[in-house]
Structures are given as C-alpha cells and as structure tokens.
Design a binder for this molecule. Structure first.
Ligand code: PFF
Length: 446
C-alpha cells in the first residue's frame, strides 16, 4: 500500500469509523429498542455487550485491517497465509463483504424514505395531523415507484462517494459530514428538551424494568451492539487498512465507541421528549416511530416543520456516512484484484444492492403477504445479517485474533498497557466467543 493511501492525521480514521458506526441504528433503532425492551435494563445489557464484545471485536477488526493493509477479503487471506491456517478462514472475508451488500440493500430503502421526509411539510392548518401523517406514510410505502426513486437516489449518492476513492471520496466527505452531524444532534436535543417532555423521556429511557429482561432482549441487545458499531463484517477492517501505523488502536477505538453511544443516547433524548409532548401518542416501534409518530408530534411544536426537516437531514447524513462503509469492503477487493476499475466496480456492486433492495421495497406493498420462514423479505434480510452474519463474523474475528495471531507483536502494535491488554485478550479468547456462542445456541433451543 502506498503512503497516499493512509488517512491524513488521526482524526480521519476516527471520523470515518464513527461515521460508519453512527447511523440509522443509533438514531432510530436504539431509542425504540431501549424503549420497548425495558428501558435502562436494556441499556445496561447493551452497555455490557458494547464493553465486553463490541470494544474487543472492534479493536481486533481494526488491527486485522492494519495488519493486512488490504481489502478485508485480502487482509484475511494474508493472515491465513502468514499463519498457515485452514482455507475455511477465508470465508470470513467473503461473508462480511456479502453481508455489507445485504445490509446496504435495505439500509438504502430506509435512508431513502428518511431523505424524502426532509420535504414532508405538514400544512400548518391541518386539522387532523394524525390522519395526515398515517395517510402520508401509507401512501408513500404503498407506492413502489416513489420508494424506488428515493432508494435509487440514495444508493447513487453512496456509490458516487465511494467511486471517488477512500481518501478523496469517503475521507473528504466524512470530514465535512460528521461535524455537521454532531452539531445537528446537539441542536435538536436542545430544541426537544425545551419544547418536549424531557423528564418523562429520561425516565422512560433510564427507569429500569428488570422483569422485561429475557433471552430475546439479550439477543436483541447483542445484535444491536454489532450493528451499531458496524463490526463483524469488515467495514471497520476496511478502514483500519488506511490507519496510520503509529495511531494507538487502544486509545482510538474507545473514542469511537463513546461517540457512537453518545449519539444513540442523544437521539433517545431528542425523539422521546418530542413524542411525549403529545399526550395522545405512544412509543411505536419499527418504521412507525420515525415516519408516523414523530411527524405528528413535530406538527404541534413551535417551528415544528423546520425542525422536522432538520431531523430528517440529520438521519440522511448519518445514513450516508454509514452506507459508504457497507459497500467499501467489496469495492476495495474488486479494485485490488483489478477486475474492474473502482468506479465500474462500485456501480456493479451498487446494482446488486439495488436489485436486492427491491425485495425490501416490495415487502411494504406488493409482497406484503409473502413470508419466507415466517419473515417478510425485509425482516429476513435484517435477521440474517444482524442476528446471524455479523455475530458469526465477530465470533470468527475473536477466535482469529485471540487464539491465532502472535501475541507479543500484537501487544506492541496495539500500544496497550498490560491491564488493558489482558482484559482485551480475555474478552477475545473467552468472554466474547462464549457469549456469542451461547446466544447462538439459544436460538435453536428457544
Ligand atoms: N452502524 C450502522 C448504524 O448503526 O446504522 C449500520 C452499519 C453500517 C452496520 C456499516 C454495519 C456496517 F458495516
């Protein structure tokens, strides 16, 4: 890898990885998952998953990327060759690249809806905001053409940025988008704490209801930890390949995790005060929370339509900075193998994601009644990626780095003190694999 392909300064990696991590998962999924799964009981388990699984896996993934200095598929291949491992380990790189395209396919559908909602202005004299909002959403998702338009636009922007390259495309865009994102979330949080019911939102998020903890809540918290940190599929590995050699991984990854978790908490403290400002509304899960409930709530607040647009701009920014990292691992491989140029490669891969995304679009309308193993198409993609492929990828990364890589060199490269290093290795070798394994087994016995 030549020196032109290293992030400039330590902050670009931090912002790029935080850009990947902060996305729909934080602003939309985390608040409703916390709200419907026992408030702070869920938050506590989620924090544990982040600390004991997320942190070590993210550090390990970054390390693997920097070790290989190539696309995740080829970085894993290098580890396999260097350590004389079985050919089957190579599946890890491929699984991640494929999971990235699968996630991108439905991610782009939701991001497209969010982008469209920037322009959803409810008339100020609307007499029935509830009807207006529900009707607007059901008409929107009932129209495959509208959804395809926004899905295409969002994927097009993603591919355009990635096509320009990692340093000039992703790096430069992220350097501008992430500070904007942080500013917007703080602005919105201030707005909602002044106009909404902040106290009730706070209690809702942080009042513990331990009776709600069950295996499925633990599974959900772990799936969310993987999804929100973008780990287990090579996105962070792909970015790690461009990390400066002397950047201390052990100090960098906690910063990213703190940024990601703060945005999730801020998002909860933005959305729920607004929802609770309206006594007729309750917390809904799924797309309903963002696209039905919130617009109703915004409609009765001062400057509601402006802040509603700002909110959807925020979501769109968060989504773009994540979506680029979903397609980057595969694109990097296509470019490295010189199968196509980067630009042509990303167009072809984008086309795959686009076609797969049609399935998710149709599960809102013409395939509404079609179920595969009890899931509609969109939920099946979501389940396969978040609950199977990412944790499986994470498990393989733990085993590879925890049990196979040379420890002395790693300790030096990671620049950790002994206490942190021991914690890292114990988590990678035992805590994370046993937790992920147990949760996997529980699928089959529950
Ligand atoms: N972390 C992103 C979010 O929270 O929305 C989603 C994501 C991006 C998952 C990139 C996986 C990934 F590789």
């Amino acid at each position: 890898m030549n020196q032109n392909k290293i992030w400039q300064g330590n902050w670009t990696f931090i912002l790029a990885a935080a850009g990947s991590a902060v996305g729909l998962g934080n602003i939309w999924k985390f608040p409703y998952m916390a709200g419907t799964n026992g408030g702070s009981a869920f938050v506590l388990i989620y924090f544990l998953c982040i600390l004991l699984i997320g942190l070590p896996v993210m550090m390990a993934e970054t390390y693997l990327g920097r070790y290989g200095r190539k696309s995740p598929i080829n970085s894993i291949k290098k580890v396999v060759t260097d350590f004389n491992l079985s050919f089957y380990w190579k599946i890890l790189g491929w699984l991640g690249a494929i999971a990235g395209l699968m996630i991108l396919s439905y991610y782009s559908v939701f991001a497209g809806i969010a982008a469209a909602y920037i322009f959803n202005f409810m008339p100020s004299n609307e007499v029935d905001p509830v009807y207006y909002s529900l009707n607007y959403f059901s008409e929107f998702v009932g129209s495959p053409m509208k959804m395809i338009f926004w899905h295409t636009l969002f994927l097009g922007i993603t591919c355009f940025i990635v096509g320009k390259g990692v340093i000039d495309g992703i790096g430069k865009t992220i350097n501008f988008l992430m500070p904007t994102l942080f500013l917007l979330i703080i602005l919105l949080c201030i707005y909602s704490s002044f106009t909404g019911d902040f106290l009730r939102a706070f209690n809702f998020l942080f009042d513990a209801d331990f009776s709600k903890i069950s295996t499925s809540v633990i599974i959900a918290a772990m799936g969310q930890a993987f999804f929100t940190l973008s780990i287990g599929m090579g996105a962070i590995m792909a970015y790690g390949a461009y990390m400066p050699e002397d950047q201390p991984i052990a100090k960098t990854i906690p910063v990213i995790i703190i940024l990601d978790t703060s945005v999730a908490l801020f998002a909860g403290l933005t959305i729920f005060p607004i929802v609770f400002s309206n006594p007729i509304l309750s917390v809904s899960s799924g797309p309903g929370l963002l696209f039905e409930t919130l617009p109703i709530a915004f409609s009765s607040l001062p400057y509601g339509s402006i802040f509603s647009s700002i909110f959807f701009i925020l979501i769109s920014i968060a989504a773009v900075s994540s979506s680029v990292s979903l397609i980057e691992p595969f694109t990097a491989w296509v470019e490295e193998q010189q199968i196509f140029t980067r630009k042509l490669g990303v167009i072809i891969l984008g086309l795959f994601a686009w076609i797969l995304g049609l399935g998710s679009i149709f599960s809102f309308n013409i395939w509404k009644e079609i179920f595969i193993f009890g899931f509609d198409f969109l939920s099946l993609m979501d389940f396969l990626t978040n609950n199977i492929m990412l944790p499986f990828g994470g498990l393989a990364i733990c085993l590879l780095v925890g049990w196979v890589l040379e420890k002395e060199k790693m300790k030096k490269d990671l620049k950790m003190n002994s206490g942190f290093y021991n914690f890292f290795i114990i988590c990678l070798k035992y805590v994370a694999p046993i937790s992920i394994g147990t949760i996997f087994l529980s699928y089959f016995f529950s």
